[in-house]
Design a protein around this ligand. Sequence first.
Ligand SMILES: NC(=O)c1ccc[n+]([C@@H]2O[C@H](COP(=O)([O-])OP(=O)(O)OC[C@H]3O[C@@H](n4cnc5c(N)ncnc54)[C@H](OP(=O)(O)O)[C@@H]3O)[C@@H](O)[C@H]2O)c1
Length: 298
Amino acid sequence: MILVTGATGQFGSKTINHLINKGVRPSEISALVRNAATAQNLRSRGVEIKVGDYKDYDSLVKAFQGVEKLLLVSSNDREAVENRTVQHINVIKAAKEAKVKYIVYTSFVRKTNFKNSSIAAFQNSHVETEAYLIDSGIDYTILQNGIYLEMIPVFAGEKVAETGTILFPAKEGKASYVLREELAEAAAHVLTSEGHKEQIYSLTNSASVSFFEIAQAIGDQLGKDVKYQSLEADVFESKMKQIGVPDLYIGLFTMWATAQAQGTMEVVNDTLEGFLGRKPTTMPQFIAQVYSLPGRTL
Ligand SMILES: NC(=O)c1ccc[n+]([C@@H]2O[C@H](COP(=O)([O-])OP(=O)(O)OC[C@H]3O[C@@H](n4cnc5c(N)ncnc54)[C@H](OP(=O)(O)O)[C@@H]3O)[C@@H](O)[C@H]2O)c1
């Protein structure tokens, strides 16, 4: 039995689709969800639904009974990064108690100098989880996933077609954006093939891109000039405040833009390509898909 956590989220649900596409029978898959009512689609496909919360240890031990392999999708808790570490450790401890044999963990791509970056605290939570998993005695694979291509429309802003401008304080920094769908496919590959135990994989695209290139690609799709302006972080933040963006999001945008400016996600290798058996979707291909959809929201 393979259990996927975060199964009603995007990464988890896509991984389950890929497991089924790779020939795993739905009856051999179970899905950890917080609210069973949101998992009807999975249930109707024959996937077993287990209810559990990363914050509720006993619910996890119960949910993990009979599980051989577990995909731990990192928590999306935005309140405090320390919360995430505690939640992940709960999952690993509970898996050990339930005698799970193998855990695949979705971490985040990182460079050795990550401690000097704007995402140091966020990265620390992954570092601590990885260390706990490695010391747990359970077989593991760590997937250090690159930043999702799907974040680009969020960072570019929904009004880019109207204004022809992207405001984002990423300077000239580059990042290796990668499609979430393909990272989920890679997770399913690791869960269904041999040779991945005690491995740490950095899963990235084959090129890193700047927001100058992103603006150019969006402009090409929209058939208009799109300019990229990298304002100083404080000027960016007050502009965002003026247009009513909530403080939580302003903080997150500045944090990710600064990380890109610092080059902390500028990591390129061909591991993902090897797992997929094809080139990963590039930034311009993704932009062409998103910005040419009928009825799109930009
Ligand atoms: N690489 C990147 O660029 C990037 C970007 C964004 C996020 N991430 C990370 O990658 C993870 C997966 O991405 P995603 O796009 O699938 O995010 P997502 O759609 O927000 O899914 C996150 C999943 O985690 C589950 N979850 C959160 N807290 C939980 C808890 N206390 N107990 C049990 N389940 C819990 C959620 O459950 P519910 O369905 O019940 O809410 C949801 O299913 C995220 O959680 C985040 O850590 C990576």
